[in-house]
Design a protein around this ligand. Structure first.
Ligand code: FUB
Length: 312
């Protein structure tokens, strides 16, 4: 039965939508889109969902072994620049893990820093095994060279990096709750203590942090699940490390029944956008997801207007 569900999902994916519609990437399953504006293009660094088979990943669960990057000058025509990092080439990864989960990428001083979580071989040092690594490139499309070890003192998933106007960089990640710390100028080491970020809702899993700044307000966005599926929420602060005050919902629980959602926010050509995912191409199996984008807007007081996912 699962076989026929998978075949159905693949057919939907390969024959997907016309360009310019949601989901906007066809030809492969994508999730956890981290969008960035580099120059005059938008680059999207998503996770890459594949289907686990006996002996490769855990059947019925997430299965991810590499990352691709996509770019567009108009958010309609997308180019797949190919695979930029694979678990086989990362020296500290557990080779049977297939858990290259939600990544992020940022530019600093002529280099592009790609952050990714995955299971580490060294489970003594990294608890349940999830650590966060960095791969560095001269161009947004790579080639990215992974560092030989993950970032020291960071245990968790879903890295996100923010560079403030004063040049200070911050790393955020999740492990049940959301954590943040300053990064050194080299972008590969923490600089100072790890902080739990403020008064986020106590109940339920919070993951996928993505921080952005607009008109002096720091917005910490994150998926939060209390019941069955994740809701995109946000909290605000006047400081990148908080304390943050829970402020509202950006997107309600998934309309398609996808357990996860995961967001990023950019401003491109004077318009704000929310990137997120659903499982449109695989309605019967929500570990095969597809990334989407919709416009985002703000009220006069800086609060975010709720986004309704556009239909296919
Ligand atoms: O894609 C695997 C995990 O699912 C991500 O790391 C979470 O944010 C959730 O989307």
């Amino acid at each position: 039965y699962q076989f026929w569900l998978n075949i159905g999902a693949w057919l939907l994916l390969m024959t997907g939508t016309a360009q310019g519609q949601n989901p906007f990437i066809t030809g492969q399953f994508t999730a956890d889109p981290s969008a960035r504006v580099f120059g005059d293009r938008v680059y999207v660094y998503p996770s890459h969902d594949i289907l686990a088979t006996q002996g490769k990943g855990r059947v019925g669960w997430f299965c991810m072994e590499d990352y691709h990057v996509f770019s567009s000058a108009n958010l309609t025509d997308w180019t797949d620049h190919g695979m930029i990092v694979t678990q086989n080439k990362v020296p500290w990864v557990r080779p049977d893990s297939y858990s290259m989960w939600a990544p992020d990428c940022i530019y600093r001083n002529g280099k592009y820093y790609f952050y990714f979580p995955t299971a580490a071989k060294d489970t003594t040092a990294y608890g349940r095994g999830f650590a966060i690594g960095v791969a560095i490139a001269d161009k947004p499309t790579g080639p990215f060279v992974p560092e030989s070890t993950p970032i020291n003192k960071v245990h968790g998933i879903d890295p996100n990096v923010f560079i403030d106007k004063d040049g200070q960089a911050y790393l955020y990640w999740s492990q049940g709750n959301i954590y943040g710390a300053k990064l050194k100028e080299n972008m590969t080491e923490l600089d100072g203590e790890v902080k739990v970020l403020g008064e986020l809702p106590g109940k339920g899993l919070k993951e996928g942090p993505y921080l952005f700044e607009r008109k002096g307000i720091y917005y910490l966005t994150y998926p939060h699940v209390e019941n069955k599926t994740e809701r995109l929420e946000y909290a605000i602060s006047d400081n990148p490390l908080g304390p943050f005050k829970v402020t509202g919902v950006i997107m309600d629980e998934s309309a398609t029944g996808c357990w996860t959602n995961h967001q990023s926010v950019i401003e491109f050509k004077d318009q704000w956008y929310l990137f997120y995912h659903h499982n449109d191409y695989s309605p019967a199996f929500d570990k095969a997801r597809s990334i989407r984008v919709d416009s985002l807007s703000f009220n006069a007081d800086g609060t975010i207007r709720k986004v309704k996912p556009t239909l296919r």
